[in-house]
Write a protein that binds this ligand. Structure first.
Ligand code: GLY
Length: 259
């Protein structure tokens, strides 16, 4: 069974962090209804959705992915790169402690989960404006005992590594080659986004399907031509907050325990 932890959209989302986008008005009710549909898509794909209550004082708190990395053996509580986002960690840590042993990234390390692309036992970590080498070194030491390899990857022009590259199928990565160097990622099949859709490289793989924004029809066509099943969701308001589909959930497997 897969668990998907989400959090309701904060009423203060209009005050979110923005790095590469200009601030434009966000329709809160529309953001909430889009988020609701996103959660439905997770449920339709077989996830048990654990939806946490709104954090009114934390504008970016819907983007739960950034505060933790959940592996089979433990959950790494990150130390987000933006000061305003650090208070998001506590309640996610409390919830994750129901499922996993917790370990922590500590200062001077900074790490956003959006910079971490896990494929099997390898974690690629973006050196972005939010995540630094100190955190990568800590992460490597924390999870090496479980057999994971951690590799740094340069990223430029976007907020997070997964703005530039994400997993679209078992052995296929969806990439914007203007923001990362595919050679940093080893031996995968590559699918390049349509160049007219520069934010199109973020997709959330659940089983054999992907949750994918409706706003990138050209890249969606390329995905479908590869035989990838797309569940399309409208996320325009979350995109205005520099969010994407991976950011809004923490998805992990809960082993079935016999009674
Ligand atoms: N607004 C998303 C972030 O900057 O973390």
């Amino acid at each position: 069974m897969q668990i998907a932890i989400t959090r309701e959209v904060s009423r203060s989302i209009a005050q979110c962090e923005l790095t590469h986008l200009s601030r434009v008005q966000i329709d809160l009710e529309l953001a909430r209804s889009q988020h609701q549909r996103y959660q439905q898509a997770l449920a339709e794909l077989g996830c048990e959705v654990v939806s946490l209550e709104e954090q009114p004082e934390l504008p970016d708190s819907v983007f739960v992915e950034d505060v933790a990395i959940v592996l089979d053996e433990c959950a790494v509580i990150t130390r987000p790169g933006a000061d305003s986002r650090r208070p998001e960690s506590d309640s996610i840590a409390r919830k994750l402690s129901e499922y996993r042993k917790l370990v922590y990234i500590e200062a001077p390390g900074t790490l956003d989960g959006g910079d971490v692309l896990r494929v099997g036992k390898t974690l690629f970590v973006g050196l972005s404006g939010r995540s630094n080498r100190a955190a990568i070194d800590q992460l490597r030491a924390l999870i090496a005992p479980y057999g994971y390899t951690v590799k740094a990857a340069e990223v430029s022009g976007c907020l997070h590594l997964k703005s530039a590259v994400s997993q679209a199928a078992e052995n296929t990565l969806l990439v914007n080659p203007r923001w990362v160097n595919p050679a940093d990622f080893g031996d995968f099949e590559w699918l390049e986004i349509d160049p007219a859709e520069e934010y199109a490289a973020n997709t959330l793989l659940i089983g054999k399907s992907i949750i994918y924004p409706t706003s990138f029809p050209r890249t969606r066509q390329l995905l479908e031509q590869r035989g990838i099943r797309v569940v399309a969701v409208e996320v325009s308001e979350l995109q205005k907050a520099e969010g994407a589909v991976t950011c809004c959930s923490l998805v992990f497997t809960q082993p079935v325990t016999s009674a």
